[in-house]
Design a binder for this molecule. Structure first.
Ligand code: DQQ
Length: 536
């Protein structure tokens, strides 16, 4: 095994080497998508952060350019941290980002603009001398004051942005307003805040349409809103769905949304610092998340020479229930699909498996719909297994512990004799009033490497799905060291980073399985080999 190349992804974005984290300022401009991201040009651990820059016509194949923003001035000498782009009227992009100004990590907000608007790649960015635009006032915790969002315009014609912050243990989305994008005034109240949630990083605030899957760009009254925060304390992302009182400039989560780190997550696995943007070319909202390495043995990233990947951009929209978001890989990903395997109407009794053959299981896209004749065998649900403990339930009731209705699903990145595998599966429980569907992506058996000490979480979340048609669907994007899964059409998403030692390249296998007493039928299973994304 070549330690430098094993695990590198074929179609998930990675630069040739070194450390990456948060996606920054995603935007569509004159026919190109721009991806900026936090990058260490000197090594494979976090540090020396600059804004690396890549452009693409399709969100999948990329052209890497020179870093766009890097520490060079008084106002960002100690770091150029995360931020967002806004396309101003007249089709003029502007970036807001956090500058670190001293060794104590004092944070200010700066702007940068393209040097040459007629360069289709917008290669060069200028940081004018009237920076910084925003410095923390005395009421603000100046080392927890960062990650400005895309700006939106209110009815009064003034721009608004929010930034993540912390006061005592309360997470805050501090709001600023501006008439001209240059002079910013702090709003008296944050857009929203929640006690005991710790610092909010990379907030994202956007409208979602009440109907259909199109995205919205305008911040009006006749839509729902989503506030997403990356919580420093748990390293997960949480969101609520709510309303935006544009008169008071306050966001109010609906009573169906739990407003804390007990709430809904964009992804129940390794997915952080995500940022969305409105894509006018396809009328959709797209979000993008980063996955770090979970290979946490000391020095591993240094030996590999790389760390971190960007996940596949996801289209997102409001579920018809109005209670949650739905996410789905952007359709452009399908252009990388190659050889196909197909199976339908295949019954799996308790303990049975079927192998997916003739494709490359280490780098694949698989879509499967399972059905079952009855819900009677669903195991009883313990009311203590709240959303917060889904991961623990998955850890106890893994993919091999026999159940009633489930566990059934797929075993990804599996070695021939199942010494290694990462199962993604469902288990259905019967609660007092309803059924609870648990979805797991379990890394416990993913690798033989450092068996005892590695971080191998049993990521899990519940799927709020109507089982009336007695069907459950699953899509997984498998890419060497990542398994990115979408349950029930994208209602629950889970990403795992895994490091098989046997199940690599052409030694990897893919199976569908059932370990519950209720027989399961694979209605359809479509799996494709995935080609490599072109990264020039
Ligand atoms: N990463 C950036 C910060 C942000 C954090 C620094 C989130 O701006 O809060 O690299 O991962």
């Amino acid at each position: 095994i070549n330690i430098k190349t094993v695990g590198r992804t074929g179609y998930h974005f990675q630069p040739p080497k070194h450390w990456i984290n948060d996606p920054n300022a995603p935007m569509y401009f004159n026919g190109y998508y721009h991806l900026f991201y936090q990058y260490n040009p000197k090594g494979s651990v976090w540090g020396n952060i600059v804004w690396a820059h890549s452009v693409s016509k399709d969100l999948i194949n990329w052209i890497n350019l020179e870093p766009a923003i890097y520490p060079s001035k008084q106002f960002d000498k100690y770091g150029t941290w995360s931020g967002s782009a806004t396309v101003l009227p007249g089709n003029k992009p502007i970036i807001l980002y956090t500058g670190i100004v001293d060794a104590n990590k004092t944070q200010v907000q700066n702007y940068a603009v393209p040097a040459n608007l007629s360069d289709p790649y917008l290669r060069e960015w200028i940081k004018p001398d009237n920076n910084p635009l925003i410095v923390p006032d005395i009421s603000i915790n100046k080392t927890q004051f960062r990650d400005p969002t895309t700006a939106w315009m209110g009815k009064d014609g003034h721009w608004r942005i929010i930034m993540g912050s912390l006061r005592k243990k309360r997470g805050l989305a501090i709001m600023y307003r501006s008439k001209d994008f240059m002079r910013w005034i702090k709003a008296k109240h944050p857009l929203h805040s929640t006690a005991n949630t710790g610092n909010w990083e990379c907030p994202d605030f956007f409208p979602v349409s009440l109907q259909g899957t199109n995205g919205l760009d305008k911040y009006g009254e006749d839509s729902k809103y989503v506030l997403k925060n990356s919580m420093d304390l748990t390293r997960f992302e949480y969101y609520t769905v709510g309303t935006y009182d544009i008169k008071k400039d306050r966001y109010i989560p609906d009573n169906t949304s739990v407003d804390s780190w007990k709430g809904l997550r964009l992804d129940y696995g390794n997915f952080y610092a995500s940022k969305s943007f409105y894509d006018p070319s396809k009328n959709r909202r797209v979000t993008w998340g980063w996955a770090n390495e979970s290979d946490i043995m000391p020095d591993d990233d240094i030996k590999k020479g790389w760390a971190g990947i960007q996940l596949i951009p996801r289209k997102l929209w409001l579920d018809p229930s109005g209670k949650q978001l739905v996410q789905w890989p952007v359709e452009e990903l399908e252009t990388l699909r190659k050889q196909k395997f197909q199976l339908s109407n295949k019954k799996l009794n308790n303990g049975e498996m079927v192998e997916v053959k003739g494709i490359t299981p280490a780098q694949a896209d698989v879509e499967v719909t399972f059905s079952f004749a009855s819900l009677d065998k669903a195991e009883p649900f313990d009311p203590n297994w709240t959303d917060l403990y889904a991961q623990d339930v998955c850890a106890i009731k893994g993919s091999t512990v026999q159940g009633g209705l489930g566990p059934f699903g797929i075993a990804t990145l599996a070695s021939q004799n199942l010494e290694e595998y990462t199962p993604v599966f469902f288990r259905v429980f019967k609660a007092q009033q309803n059924y609870k569907v648990l979805m797991c992506s379990d890394a416990t058996r993913s690798t033989l490497k450092y068996n005892e000490t590695m971080y191998k979480p049993s990521f899990a979340g519940y799927v709020d799905v109507d089982l009336a048609d007695k069907k459950l669907s699953l899509r997984s994007l498998i890419d060497n060291s990542v398994v990115e899964s979408f349950g029930a059409g994208g209602k629950t998403c889970i990403t795992s980073r895994v490091y098989p030692t046997l199940a690599i390249y052409d030694k990897a296998h893919l199976f569908a399985f059932n370990n519950g007493t209720e027989p399961i039928t694979i209605e359809t299973l479509d799996a494709w080999s995935m080609g490599n994304a072109k990264i020039e």
